[in-house]
Structures are given as C-alpha cells and as structure tokens.
Write a protein that binds this ligand. Structure first.
Ligand code: ADP
Ligand code: MG
Length: 205
C-alpha cells in the first residue's frame, strides 16, 4: 500500500534530487533555454519540503498542497506544468487510504493528463511528457506482470530514464527550446530530466 508517509517521502526525495542536480538542470537549460530550470525547481521544492514538516493527513490533500506550492513558487513554464501534475494526481487519489500501486499509477496518468491540459505537449515534442509517459507505461506494465513494489518502481524509473535519454534526438516543439528549431536537436531536455527524477525518487523511498 502507498501511505501518506510514502507520498511525503517521495516528494522529499524528489526535492533532494532536484537540489543535488540544480547546476546540471541549469546547464541543460542553458543549452536550449534560459538556464533557470534547476533554479526554478529548487526554489519551489525548498518551500514544499519545509511545508512537509507538518504534512496533511489525507493523501489527496497532501498532493494538492504540494501542487499549490509548486504552482505559486516554482515559476517558469515548469511551475504550472509540475503544479498541474501534482494537483491532478491529488484529485485522482483523493482521500483513499487504501491506495495500491495500480490506483497510484492511475493517479500519475491523471497528473500527466493535467500536464497535457496545461501545455498541450504530445509524445515526441521534447518535453517533460517524454519522460513521464514512458515512466507511467513501465509502471503499468510491471504492475500488470505482478512484480513486487521495488521491481515496479525500478521499472518505472528505467522507463522514464529511457524516455529522457531519447529526448536528445528530438526537435523541440513546445516551450522556449522550440524557438531554436533544428538547433534544439542533440541536447537532453531539462524538463524531461527533472521529470525522470520523479520516478527515480520512487524506489529510494
Ligand atoms: P522556462 O522555459 O519558462 O524557463 P523551465 O526552464 O523551468 O521554464 O522549464 C523548461 C522545461 O519545461 C522544458 O525543458 C520542457 O520539458 C518543459 N516544457 C516547456 N513547455 C512545455 C509544454 N508546453 N508542455 C510540457 N512541458 C513543457
Ligand atoms: Mg528555463
């Protein structure tokens, strides 16, 4: 079962991974954007992590609170997008204390739908979508194959990381990087890189 403590730990681990990769995320954004992706996320998730010292007791409330802080503190394109992800995830899981991995994965898919509703990215546009969608697909496949929880989360992380790596060869069609046209090819997408960390954060908890 996925507990409220699990969700709080997941978000905390994501925050610490983002913090540790602050310079790298800025460097990736410097190549095809404006060099602030690490700064945007670190600023927001420092506040999120501080607020998690007294987390809400309901899973949906916790995730909704995270989403609200992300929307208001992260900034850039990534703030509203990651914010929508957590808000829609929170809506989907509601106050279900019997949250199993299948329902959690359905919630992640609702979160992804929130990202699409906000930014209308499609597969292959070289965005965070391209790490999130394969990460969720891999979680689904591993859950259907009845792997244990650690195996499911490792599969999700591997799926998201392959999706992230595949953004190198893509031409950006959304966000700042799209202004570069062909010159966006050959670079890892910063948002796909941070989105993959969401999945990497799962097996660690
Ligand atoms: P900004 O581009 O405003 O500086 P960030 O640097 O924080 O914002 O975030 C850039 C990342 O946001 C990109 O690498 C990309 O993954 C993601 N992104 C940009 N636009 C979209 C969109 N419409 N849909 C999904 N993701 C997007
Ligand atoms: Mg940027």
């Amino acid at each position: 079962m996925i507990s409220v403590e699990f969700l709080a730990d997941w978000v905390r681990v994501f925050g610490s991974l983002v913090d540790a990769q602050h310079d790298r995320l800025n460097a990736l954004d410097a190549a095809i954007g404006d060099a602030d992706h690490g700064t945007n996320l670190t600023r927001g998730f420092t506040v999120v992590t501080a607020e998690l010292t007294a987390p809400p007791e309901q899973p949906g409330e916790l995730l909704t609170a995270v989403g609200q802080t992300v929307v208001s503190k992260v900034g850039g394109a990534a703030g509203p997008l990651f914010g929508s992800f957590f808000l829609c995830l929170g809506d989907a899981v509601g106050n279900d204390h019997d949250l199993d991995v299948r329902r959690f994965t359905l919630g992640l898919r609702a979160g992804l739908a929130g990202v699409v509703a906000r930014g209308s990215a499609q597969a292959g546009d070289k965005t965070m979508y391209d790490a999130m969608a394969p990460g969720i697909d891999a979680l689904d496949a591993a859950a259907a194959a009845r792997h244990d929880l650690a195996g499911i989360f490792h599969a999700g992380a591997a799926g998201a990381q392959s999706g992230r790596d595949a953004t190198v060869d893509l031409l950006a069609r959304k966000g700042r990087a799209s202004y570069l046209g062909e010159r966006s090819v050959g670079h890892l997408d910063p948002g796909a890189t941070s989105a993959a960390l969401l999945f990497t954060a799962l097996p660690i908890t």
